[in-house]
Design a protein around this ligand. Sequence first.
Ligand code: TTP
Ligand code: MG
Length: 358
Amino acid sequence: MAALQHRVIFHVDMDQFFAAVEEQLRPDLKGKPVVVGADPKDGKGRGVVSTCNYEARKYGVKSGMPITKAWRLCPEAVFLPVNIPLYLQVSSRIMSILRSYAEKFESWGLDEAFLDVSSRVENIEEAKQLASQIKKEIHEKEGLTCSIGIGPNKLIAKLASDMQKPDGLTIVEDEDVKAFLEPLDIDRLLWVGKKTARKLNKLGIKTIGDLSRYDPSVLVEKFGVLGTQLYLYAQGQDRSEVGFQSEVKSIGRNVTFEKDTSDWNLVFKVLDKLCEDVHKELDQNHFLFKTVTITVRYENFETHTHGRTLPFLTSRLEDIKKTAHELLQPYLRPERKIRLIGARVSSLVSTEKQTKLA
Ligand code: TTP
Ligand code: MG
């Protein structure tokens, strides 16, 4: 318990990330409103804003807003398509800089990370210097700014990084946690989605301070385990460790043929369909993947799985199909009929913002 109280956790969040990367490549964009997202098609486009720079935010443009609305609010903005492979390259360089500063490291999406630097700093002054050094290195190497929050745990660090964007550095020491949390809206708290926020509002709870004073047994009654978690968070308590994100997630499909088959055309056709279904789910959930695995079951139920990890993260259907085809090929033997095949992608990385602690 005592050791946990003295942790020093950083949360680093890049400023206007996709837009900043674009501006870095195109200096002519500097000073102009820039919106990265779907094609606005003169106000008839579909899809949403991924992000926009601070210039565009002045017009009310926001992440997640329909692109047509952004176009109405700020038609003079420069609208750019989302270029994930580019942001990934920049992100991985930034993540390796950040990793080098921490004993424990955890990346969140493309532009955020937690660092546990407890053993690298003696006091808060050193923590502040370390954070400034990180900001300086990222700025020198990538020309980008970030905001850093420093706190005794992940929850406080994450809330702190958001306080003074852009190019911010916000420190919340143990003794200041209560006062820091007091005025914040409860929807800032991790785990509090819109629905929970509405329910809490109905109980008269508007700020984290309100929540911290509420009767915890009523919260448990209304919200179950989440109620306890919310109450602890409202007190500023979060014991979760900074660690590698688990990569347990995978997306897969398999199919058993109506009749065992050695019609390879049919097998490949079905495999393609499975890949398409997997790709659809991947796309809907905004994931990139690195590993493709296939499963083959022969008529005698002998089952093989075979996987390959690609040297890059991707979300392309073609990469799933091509890899799955290559993996399946050695299992196609004329004398062996196939009963079932499956395709799966894993080593997933989300390109969306996570709003919840794992
Ligand atoms: P954020 O860190 O939420 O936003 P940001 O970095 O653009 O701006 P800020 O300075 O406020 O931190 O998200 C990081 C990237 O994630 C963002 O550049 C684009 C992407 N993103 C989406 O694609 N959709 C979304 O709804 C959000 C919020 C972000
Ligand atoms: Mg950001």
